[in-house]
Write a protein that binds this ligand. Structure first.
Ligand SMILES: NC(=O)c1ccc[n+]([C@@H]2O[C@H](COP(=O)([O-])OP(=O)(O)OC[C@H]3O[C@@H](n4cnc5c(N)ncnc54)[C@H](OP(=O)(O)O)[C@@H]3O)[C@@H](O)[C@H]2O)c1
Length: 237
């Protein structure tokens, strides 16, 4: 089994890399070469691929073949603030969280189409279900990813390529450690990763949002009239 995992140096991606290295070769993409090499020392099946995903030219130079599973996991968030994000920061986040995904898949999907097999997994977020006024670029990038996943899943179905979109709530990683607000249903890393792996390995899973209680609250919120949704959201702005 050949697997690519982006953002594999730590957090969710790091744990996924350790798991999939027990099953085959893992191309672990991230910037932190030292950390990737430490992971390789733990398991020789982990192959460090040092790449800055905010540099799209670097991503487009990557070469892979015979990939069975690609997990597009890398992502960043900006500090939560009701401020209008400067363009440069917005662009960087969008490159890492969204555009680099298409650049990477351009290097992988044609080969999967020829082989008529493969699985593509996106790590989106519940932040794409209700767009917070304090995380404009992050919410927008994840909502864009949800749309991309739906299009791609139905575009590639005839090639027997499966696309799974995963929308986690809050999980304890470096990404959430810097949040200074209450995070409802905050989950331990190992529990979150266990749920992600179960979803990836389920034959018919297309989308998996968790924790369910948080997801249903957000879905019910989305059914309220827009004017009421806005009144509530503006309290956070
Ligand atoms: N934690 C949560 O509560 C939560 C909830 C919902 C969704 N998610 C999503 O889950 C994914 C993983 O998040 P996490 O919580 O595990 O975050 P994390 O612990 O901060 O890890 C982020 C990973 O992305 C990599 N990365 C960041 N910038 C990069 C760049 N420019 N080029 C290449 N790699 C880069 C980092 O590696 P280097 O620093 O070595 O480059 C690291 O391996 C993200 O897409 C996030 O949006 C997380």
């Amino acid at each position: 089994m050949n697997v690519i995992i982006t953002g594999a140096s730590r957090g969710i991606g790091g744990e996924l890399a350790k798991h999939y290295a027990k099953k085959g070769k893992v191309y672990a993409v991230a910037r932190d070469e030292k950390r990737l090499k430490e992971l390789q020392k733990e398991n020789k099946n982990i192959i460090p691929i040092v790449c800055n995903l905010s540099n799209i030219d670097e991503v487009r130079k990557l070469k892979f073949s015979d990939i069975d599973l690609v997990i597009c996991n890398a992502g960043i968030s900006l500090p939560h603030a009701p401020d209008f994000t400067p363009y440069v920061e917005f662009e960087k986040l969008f490159k890492i969280n969204f555009l680099s995904i298409h650049a990477l898949l351009e290097r992988i999907v044609p080969d999967m189409q020829k082989r008529k097999k493969g699985k593509i997994v996106f790590i989106s977020s519940l932040a794409g279900v209700v767009a917070s006024p304090t995380s404009l670029p992050y919410s927008a990038s994840k909502r864009a990813l949800n749309s991309y996943a739906q299009s791609l899943r139905n575009m590639l179905a005839k090639y027997n390529i499966k696309v799974i979109n995963i929308l986690p709530g809050f999980i304890k990683t470096d990404l959430t450690a810097k949040n200074d607000f209450y995070m409802p249903f905050l989950m331990e890393l190992d529990e979150g990763v266990k749920r992600i792996i179960t979803a990836i390995e389920k034959e018919k899973k297309k989308e998996y949002a968790f924790p369910k209680r948080f997801y249903y609250i957000l879905k019910i919120f989305n059914m309220l009239p827009i004017s009421i949704q806005d009144k509530i959201l503006q309290k956070f702005a």
